[in-house]
Design a protein around this ligand. Structure first.
Ligand code: XMP
Length: 595
């Protein structure tokens, strides 16, 4: 547990929802530093906080083992905002009553802002609800502030003590005036002003302190985070004390290594060593198909290569070294970094070997308190090229988590199955998703239509199907065929040939996006290779463009029809590609990556 918090920050006690980082991100947009801590954090530790936000969570406050906070936080004399579970927990602790609601409210709901208690927002507006329980009796001192058809206490307030609660989620973009509501709350807190620019200076001092007399050995992946972290370490410690290693794992995007090298040279950094270890990575991944296993193997292979290069080639330069990593703030939540969020994916920066190094104080992570867009702004301040800093996020394990694999004994013919709706097939391939707060590993369904273009009906089905059918977490639309096909599954692993094929497809998409001026409007556009074709050995491509802030939730991006047609044609012309699918699923229930 953390021993101190930053004075004047707004602390978010994370009761286990997936949205804690969204709240954190929005608070920073309001100009205050935010920190996410476990719900049981003792009140005494929160003494210097400017305000406390109690997050949502998947449980009912009456469940056995439901997360509990320290009730003394209500005696600290600072503003508190409870959101969903946070509101219910606060109401219960302060003497109110919570019960299972008559109707569960999920999705968009209209609320009435009673007597305009919520400032700077209209009398009626739309919010995002996701709850079964509700507050049926408000605690003493509180009044009802907003109401919806299904929930009398959609918002409550005790203006005197500055305690507020909302049943809806102001942090998600579906809530109109959500940012305004958080801004109102942050405005009541006596928060220390915060900005990336002011934090830059602080990070510099922290890096100096953490590095001490050590040199830093930094793995640069080609992604935004490690690139910015490397540039920052160079700026603070100087080139003689930092050594960068870019390991070519054979699973990067086309031209990526050259682009990164050129960018660093442009700003005068020449301390980046490139090591081609692709053979080693492909042989370590031989016969592996489980997504988590892949990540662990890649994490270990990174360490092996780094150790070899460090010890053998750069020993003199990097004696007494620390390991630098580009880990950013949200990288920890999906690894169970917050106590009550279920495990979704292991981040390759948090495999057990790295964790032990962190525990021994051998790792330096200068960006670990920043969100992605803050990292990007810092990168620009450091003089890195705009195009490099605004590149789409790319997972550390690279294309490995976009090349789906199936073991040798999986020669399964796909059956058309009747779910009593539009033309479809269920693929035997499973992919990772997140439902409630848990990781899922379920099938994808493919929808077909005569026009080979998704209509409103298909977008609606993308929401409805995963809700209705418990074995499905992803809904695809087929851009290459009009009728359900007898798809054939071919066993396959992460090989150089498959990586080359995917790299070519990925590059086609990249160029199309830039030509259509869509690159910076889309958060990320994974292109995924599935070992599913029309004949044995055939493969398919999945397009997964998403719009997002911080990747905690995402919506599938709607691409122009002409572009979809064109991309499908180009991809089908690649040797070995039999079909092209468009992933229409949001996160949740699917994750952004397929693995
Ligand atoms: P998901 O798929 O969980 O992804 O919705 C959220 C964000 O994390 C990235 N991602 C990773 N990044 N190592 C990384 O460095 C990983 O193992 C990893 N897995 C997912 C993903 O690209 C998205 O931006």
């Amino acid at each position: 547990m953390k021993k101190y918090i930053r004075k004047g920050s707004v602390v978010i006690l994370d009761f286990g929802g997936q949205y804690a980082h969204l709240i954190g991100r929005r608070v920073r947009e309001c100009g205050a530093f935010s920190e996410i801590l476990p719900p049981e954090t003792p009140a005494i530790l929160l003494k210097g906080a400017a305000g406390i936000i109690l997050s949502g969570g998947p449980q009912s406050v009456y469940d056995r083992g439901a997360p509990q906070g320290d009730r003394k936080i209500f005696e600290l004399g600072i503003p508190v905002l409870g959101i969903c579970y946070g509101l219910q927990w606060m109401a219960k602790i302060l003497g109110g009553e919570v019960k299972a609601g008559k109707t569960k409210e999920y999705g968009r709901t209209q609320i009435k802002n009673l007597e305009c208690k919520m400032q700077n927002v209209p009398e009626e507006f739309t919010v995002w609800m996701s709850h079964g329980d509700e507050v049926v009796k408000v605690p003493e001192g509180f009044v009802q502030a907003a109401t919806s058809d299904a929930c009398a206490n959609a918002a409550i307030a005790d203006e005197k003590r500055k305690f507020y609660g909302v049943q809806f989620h102001p942090e998600v973009t579906h809530t109109e005036y959500g940012t305004q509501i958080l801004k109102n709350f942050v405005g009541l807190c006596d928060a220390a002003p915060w900005s990336v620019q002011s934090f830059h200076q602080e990070i510099r001092e922290q890096v100096r302190k953490d590095a001490g007399t050590y040199n830093v050995f930094m793995l640069v992946s080609g992604g935004v985070d490690s690139t910015v972290a490397f540039a920052l370490l160079n700026e603070v410690l100087g080139q003689d004390h930092v050594q960068g290693l870019l390991i070519d794992i054979g699973l990067m995007r086309k031209g990526e290594i050259r682009e990164v090298q050129d960018a660093f040279k442009k700003v005068g950094m020449t301390n980046l060593h490139v090591e081609d270890a692709s053979d080693e990575f492909f042989s370590a991944l031989k016969d592996i198909y489980d997504p988590e296993e892949k990540r662990k193997i890649i994490g270990k292979a990174f360490l092996n290569v780094q150790h070899r290069v460090c010890v053998k080639k750069l020993a003199r330069k990097t004696k007494n070294w620390l390991l630098g990593q580009g880990t950013i703030y949200p990288d920890t939540i999906e690894t169970g970094g917050t106590a009550h969020a279920d495990h979704i994916k292991t981040h390759h920066n948090r495999i057990p070997e790295i964790q032990s190094m962190i525990d021994r104080g051998e790792v330096i992570e200068p960006l670990k308190d920043l969100y992605k867009d803050e990292v990007r702004r810092l990168g620009e301040e450091l003089g890195l090229p705009h195009e490099l800093v605004w590149r789409h996020p790319f997972p550390g394990p690279g294309l490995a988590v976009r090349i789906l694999c199936v073991p040798e004994d999986s020669h399964v013919m796909v059956r058309k199955r009747g779910l009593g709706m539009t033309k479809h097939v269920i693929l035997p391939i499973k992919s990772v998703g997140v439902q409630g707060d848990s990781r899922t590993y379920k099938h994808a369904i493919v929808l077909f239509s005569d026009s080979k273009l998704p209509a409103e009906e298909h977008w609606n089905l993308a929401t409805e199907i995963p809700n209705k059918y418990p074995n499905i977490n992803r809904v695809l639309f087929c851009l290459s065929h009009t009728e359900p096909l007898e798809f054939v599954l071919t066993p396959g692993y992460v090989t150089r040939e498959r990586a080359d094929l995917l790299r070519t497809a990925d590059n086609i998409i990249d160029e199309e996006m830039r030509a259509a001026d869509l690159y910076e409007k889309i958060w990320q556009f994974p292109v995924v290779l599935l070992p599913v074709g029309i004949k044995t050995g055939g493969e398919s491509i999945v397009l997964r463009p998403v719009e997002s802030t911080e990747a905690m939730t995402a919506n599938a991006a709607r691409l122009p029809e002409a572009m979809l047609h064109h991309i499908a044609e180009e991809l089908l012309a690649l040797p070995g590609i039999d079909a092209v699918f468009y992933d229409l699923t949001s996160k949740p229930p699917a994750t952004i990556e397929w693995e």
